[in-house]
Design a protein around this ligand. Structure first.
Ligand code: SF4
Ligand code: SF4
Length: 509
């Protein structure tokens, strides 16, 4: 099908390095002895454990429930016993430990009683969303946003176009490419299910033009109901806002969401997960992960969630040591982890092993504006850098720091080796912390005011009660005084009567 494509500003033509891991079929990673399941694997509120230490669980059983609207449940990746619920190293830039459920595998991989949803097309879209949520589906492209939230936006608002994103623009990563080649029927069927769930008028699946095998696999399975589009290979064409611009020529407003212009976007892996959830009742307990870089056998693995990064690297024939550094994600947006015992989680798309290099020294900004030309969001990266460095958070916000997608194009081209993205992350975290403090202070202020109001109310009530008591007493006193006066009058009259002469009354009468 022909669709007019558009360009997005900036971006880079960089070596893709995809041939390293993308050519071989994926393999199933062996069942590990122990699986570490972090309670926070998605954007939003962490899941809450519903199992206890010592309890036996089956594969696919819920082990933690969703704890709010922007939250999803978590399921056991295999059958076994819960051996701990506690803090373990997790994939996070802070490298801090976080709460996890640890399963000791019993080696049987025995499945929980899971139920498929038949005839999805006749199911109410809201019910389909609930199935997707119950199966713990989040944005598997790396964003990690609970899928049902985006689907709900779709039901609440009119959706013109559903875009299924197969544009894997980060260098080295090939897990979506392999998934499409190996499970194209899942991707296409899942796309139709998501379309039903959001009631979209149009539907597009997009891949890059350097993914010919994936394109061919999809082409065989689609019909006239889905447009299949190849977009030019240019980083970061797979970014949500950039892909929307390429496919529709429309821009998502600053700070806005795609739904504001009638668009919903999901990743190809999310579509495949939806297919599994709806037709088989299968929750998200495994994913494709690219293991690449300085490993002997770079490839894509089908990995159970909770498997350690170290296990995945060993499966590709290399032992981690201080000569290597491990990046989760791609070289542009990925996160460096020093502890290879962190587990694979729902958003882990790539494990990149690179030779450890001494960091290049940062030099002063020479105002060359290369970063401005490379920015795909039309920001002023060097200005943001100055403001972040000067701790002027207000200025970073007025220069739209939250529109920065942390794509790293600016850092990549900077001749002064300034780690610009690190400055933006610092600024964003400072603003978020200030916001939390402000919310905390507002909360404390609100509690203080509420307490004062309550004390005022109580004081007023006490005063009113006292006044009532006084007035009641006064009223009783008055009544008693009147009664006493009446009694006295009565007594006086009776006395006078008794003193009067006998027969006198008769005479008077
Ligand atoms: S690319 Fe680097 S040196 Fe050039 S203006 Fe941007 S921050 Fe400054
Ligand atoms: S990291 Fe942010 S500022 Fe730098 S190019 Fe990307 S979007 Fe622009």
């Amino acid at each position: 099908m022909s669709r007019q494509l558009h360009a997005f500003p900036g971006g880079l033509q960089i070596p893709t390095c995809k041939e390293i891991s993308g050519k071989d079929i994926s393999i199933l990673h062996p069942l590990p002895e122990r699986l570490i399941m972090p309670l926070q694997q998605h954007i939003g509120i962490p899941s809450l454990p519903v199992v206890a230490v010592g309890e036996k669980v089956l594969k696919g059983q819920v082990i933690a429930r969703a704890s709010g609207y922007v939250s999803v449940p978590m399921h056991a990746s295999t059958s076994g016993r819960i051996i701990d619920i506690g803090d373990y190293p997790v994939p996070h830039p802070s490298e801090l430990k976080a709460p996890c459920i640890v399963i000791e595998s019993d080696g049987e991989d025995k499945l929980f009683d899971i139920r498929p949803t038949r005839e999805y097309a006749s199911v109410d879209p809201k019910k389909l969303q609930a199935v997707i949520r119950e199966c713990g589906i989040i944005g598997l492209g790396g964003a990690g946003f609970p899928a049902h939230v985006k689907l709900n936006e779709g039901v609440e608002n009119a959706v013109d176009t559903l875009i299924i994103n197969g544009v894997e623009c980060e260098p080295y990563i090939t897990c979506d490419d392999r998934l499409i080649q190996e499970k194209a029927d899942y991707v296409v069927a899942g796309t139709r299910m998501i379309r039903h769930a959001v009631q979209a008028k149009h539907c597009v699946i997009a891949v890059e033009d350097d993914m010919p095998a994936a394109f061919a696999a999809l082409e065989k399975r689609i019909d006239d109901d889905i447009e299949l589009i190849q977009v030019p290979t240019r980083y970061p064409a797979g970014g949500e806002k950039q892909l929307i611009q390429v496919l529709t020529g429309r821009e998502v407003p600053s700070g806005g969401l795609p739904i504001e212009i009638g668009i919903v976007m999901h990743n190809v892996a999310t579509a495949a997960a939806v297919y599994r959830a709806v037709t088989r009742g299968e929750p998200v307990i495994s994913r494709y992960v690219t293991v690449t870089g300085m490993v002997e056998k770079p490839r894509n693995l089908q990995v159970l969630l909770g498997t350690t990064v170290k296990d995945c690297i060993s499966a590709c024939h290399i032992e981690t040591d201080e000569n290597y550094r491990v990046i989760l994600g791609g070289p542009m947006m990925g996160m460096h982890v020093t502890n290879p015992d962190v587990p694979v989680i729902k958003t882990t798309n790539c494990i990149l092993v690179q030779k450890n290099k001494a960091p290049t020294p940062e030099m002063p900004c020479i105002r060359c504006a290369k970063c401005v030309d490379a920015c795909p969001v039309n920001l002023l990266p060097q200005q943001l850098y100055w403001y972040a460095k000067a701790d002027d958070m207000e200025a970073t916000q007025s220069h739209h720091i939250f529109d920065c997608i942390e794509c790293g194009c600016c850092s990549y081209v900077c001749p002064s080796n300034i780690p610009l993205v690190q400055y933006y992350r610092y600024a964003k975290s400072q603003i978020a912390a200030a916001e939390r403090r402000r919310n905390g202070a507002d909360h404390a202020k609100a509690r203080f005011l509420a307490r004062n109001q309550r004390l005022d109310r109580e004081e007023r009530k006490k005063q009113q009660d006292k006044e009532k008591q006084v007035s009641k007493k006064e009223s009783l006193d008055k009544q008693a005084y009147i009664a006493a006066a009446v009694e006295r009058t009565r007594a006086r009259r009776s006395k006078q009567k008794n003193r009067s002469v006998p027969g006198m009354d008769d005479k008077d009468a």
